[in-house]
Write a protein that binds this ligand. Structure first.
Ligand code: F0G
Length: 457
């Protein structure tokens, strides 16, 4: 008999989590204005709001923390991290920042000007925010099939390179760089193929433009290349990662994802000149160039995390857990962005709650229902997050209304996945009775989903 699959680690330390009653949850969510970001963490049983900064560090990472060098300038932790970035990612230069959006802020302060266009594949919301804040335009050229949650494509996060070529032919003079997000979070944690990365680089080269990777989940992307793309079966994750980044000129990193640390980010680049330009903004916004808002101990843990995060056994354990949850949902007939993504399952709220008017935020309504059902906290990736058009101030309704269930790294067990699946099934089974959604009672002018206040419609 073939042995079943098991995790590539064992557990050395645990953290208690608390169950609650439906009555308690009804009070708490009302008090939180139906915004799950406003809940206290101890009001949540299984927290799927994000996989960012919520993973479990290893014993190796914790021991590296103890060796952190907290010198203001020239810390040995900085040089350890520099070496890890050079060895694993292949970028000669880097600039530490406190997290991913800070890397965007520093880099875009140098590169993005009013009126610029930044084509790519489904820019993440902070990326979009930093572009729009500078009165520039993010242009989403993700392949069309990504918006059909039931259609199969092994690399549903791809940039449509035909569209990109056409776009560049018309607008290249406005484009400072092309951005590729690996994996494509917004489209459902979907990977980008090596073929696509190669083609993007070719197009960029033709127009003499640099390529930036938003690399938060680059290692998960490499896992999918290894397991789905011909010619990569026998390569190691580290070999694949090296090739991926060989087609990029710069990277921004949220280390809180695939580098399995609780805080941290950086910019990787080949150009020394660009590093010099970034340094000024880094010093203004983040900290001196050899720590950029990170403690020395955090840079140490990050250096180890980059190594562990690019090991096949770890990635297999991680992605198989997400896949396991996906299989359970499929058994229950619950529609989600398929195939299952790298870091999360994205439930198709348009299909689960079609009776709720789209103006009443279907995915947010589903998020609230799932919380009430079992204390599980997911996150809306739909009309609430899509914000208003910066010019017309009209609500934007994206093609996809998704409830993201993000799985933290090395944190929950498959028993938790079973609870999530059954809780969602219970909501799904009573979907016909859910006809009313939510309305906004207060919202911020930009990135409203974090702080919006809502009420039952
Ligand atoms: N890029 C991508 C693709 C991301 O998913 C995130 C964060 C960022 C950039 C920004 O990084 O949080 O370190 O500042 N995503 C988190 C999420 C918040 O829940 O998906 P950050």
């Amino acid at each position: 008999m073939e042995l079943p699959f098991a995790e590539s680690y064992r557990i050395k330390m645990v953290e208690n989590i608390r169950k609650s009653t439906r009555k308690e949850r009804e009070e708490w969510i009302k008090k939180a204005n139906y915004n799950l970001f406003s809940l206290k963490s101890d009001q949540v049983f299984i927290d799927l709001i994000t996989d960012s900064g919520t993973g479990a560090m290893s014993d190796r990472q914790w021991s590296a923390m103890m060796l952190g060098d907290e010198s203001y300038a020239g810390s040995s932790s900085y040089y350890k991290l520099e070496k890890a970035i050079q060895d694993i990612l292949g970028f000669e230069h880097f600039m530490p920042t406190h997290q991913g959006r800070a890397a965007e802020n520093v880099l875009f302060s140098v590169l993005v000007k009013e009126g610029n266009h930044i084509p790519g594949n489904s820019h993440f919301d902070t990326t979009k925010g930093h572009i729009e804040f500078r009165k520039a335009l993010p242009v989403d050229l993700t392949i069309d099939i990504a918006s059909d949650t039931q259609a199969y494509h092994p690399f549903k996060g791809n940039v449509d390179t035909e569209k990109l070529e056409k776009y560049m032919a018309e607008h290249a003079n406005k484009v400072p760089f092309i951005i590729v997000t690996v994996t494509n979070n917004t489209a459902g944690g979907q990977p980008v193929s090596m073929e696509c990365l190669r083609d993007v680089k070719k197009i960029a080269k033709k127009y003499s433009k640099p390529v930036l990777y938003d690399s938060a989940r680059f290692a998960e992307n490499a896992y999918f290349i290894k397991t789905r793309e011909k010619g990569y079966e026998n390569k190691t994750i580290k070999e694949i990662v090296k090739e991926m980044f060989s087609y990029a000129d710069m990277m921004t990193m949220s280390s809180k994802k695939d580098a399995i640390v609780n805080i941290g980010g950086f910019i990787g680049m080949r150009s020394e000149e660009l590093k010099r330009e970034c340094a000024t903004f880094n010093i203004m916004f983040e900290g001196y160039v050899t720590y950029g808002g990170m403690a020395g101990r955090d840079m140490n843990a990050l250096a180890v995390g980059l190594d562990e995060g690019t090991e096949f056994e770890y990635l297999e354990t991680r992605i198989k857990q997400v896949e396991y949850l996906g299989k359970k949902l499929t058994e229950f007939g619950i529609p989600f962005q398929s195939p299952a993504g790298g870091h999360a399952i994205f439930v198709d709220a348009n299909k689960v709650l079609p009776n709720v008017p789209k103006e009443e935020f279907r995915a947010q309504t589903l998020a609230v229902e799932l919380y009430l059902e079992a204390g599980i906290r997911g996150v809306e990736i739909g009309a609430l997050l899509a914000d208003r058009d910066p010019v017309t101030r009209e609500n934007r309704y994206p093609k996809l209304e998704l409830l993201r269930l993000a799985i933290s790294r090395r944190t929950y067990t498959n028993n938790h996945m079973d609870v999530i699946a059954v809780a969602l099934k219970n909501v799904f089974d009573r979907r016909d009775s859910i006809t009313k959604g939510l309305k906004i009672t207060w919202e911020a002018p930009i990135m409203r989903h974090f702080t919006a206040e809502l009420d039952r419609a």
